[in-house]
Design a protein around this ligand. Structure first.
Ligand code: UDP
Length: 239
């Protein structure tokens, strides 16, 4: 039986780049800070699911350019995301938050397998659920998985935390000084105009399923909490 829900439930997507602080490996200070910001939102009653990327360890597409088989390289990428999950889990637990990691590739000693109904139960009990190993399938990205997990676990919004940028711009702000931050953009416009906020598969999945997404910058302290509790920072991406 499920009880009617009044609590806000959201899915936070954290890129591997954030976990590495722009480098290979783990930037513990960054992960600790993000964990504290998540803990602050959980304390306010927000139900938080998280999908973690792995770009600070391996990206399949990059490894395959070095001559590795693409699918195997993608599995390496997925395993990298699990290390980020465990790091985040540790800092969340240190911050007093109850957590579970669920992975799309089974590894019973370190995490639960991905079981959607169980994930929902954890969320209802106030546990943060961290999804690792992507979709468990090569040729996918963790952005796409973020949308899929949000849909399957009943999250009302996907929050895409970004580094070095605080939302979606009319063009690339790093090359065009006239680029302007948009409050809102449709998935279709973002796709057609190639606004490069996330991969196309994630955007079309979001569009087809009426998902609401928010792209926001994580560099400013407190922004992760703000996004989680529902402040309208960054850019809303809507169907
Ligand atoms: N990956 C995959 N299938 C998935 C999710 C991820 O094959 O469902 C692999 C892919 O090689 C990707 C890597 O894992 O490059 C790390 O994920 P991603 O690049 O999405 O992480 P982020 O860019 O968010 O750090």
């Amino acid at each position: 039986t499920t009880t009617p829900r009044t609590a806000r439930r959201v899915l936070l997507k954290l890129s591997g780049e954030a976990f590495g602080g722009g480098q290979i490996g783990l930037a513990s200070d960054v992960v600790r800070r993000v964990a504290a910001e998540i803990a602050a939102a959980v304390a306010q009653g927000v139900q938080v699911a998280i999908v973690v990327g792995g770009g600070n360890f391996f990206r399949g597409a990059e490894l395959s350019q070095q001559g590795l088989d693409r699918a195997r390289a993608d599995y390496m990428g997925m395993l990298g995301t699990v290390m980020n999950c465990l790091a985040l889990q540790d800092f969340l637990e240190q911050a007093g938050v109850s957590t579970r990691v669920q992975t799309a590739i089974t590894m019973g000693q370190v995490a639960e397998p991905y079981i959607p109904l169980r994930a929902i139960r954890h969320l209802e009990k106030g546990r943060v659920v961290i999804f690792g190993a992507g979709a468990g399938m090569p040729y996918f990205s963790t952005d796409t998985v973020a949308v899929q997990r949000a849909l399957e676990t009943g999250c009302e919004e996907v929050l895409m935390g970004k580094n070095g940028v605080d939302g979606v711009y009319t063009s690339d702000p790093r090359t065009n000084p006239d680029a302007e931050l948009m409050d809102e953009v449709s998935f279709t416009d973002a796709l057609v105009q190639g606004l490069g906020v996330m991969d196309a598969a994630a955007m079309s999945l979001g569009r087809d399923n009426n998902l609401t997404m928010r792209v926001f910058g994580m560099d400013e302290e407190g922004n992760v909490t703000r996004a989680l509790v529902g402040e309208e920072i960054g850019t809303a991406v809507t169907a």
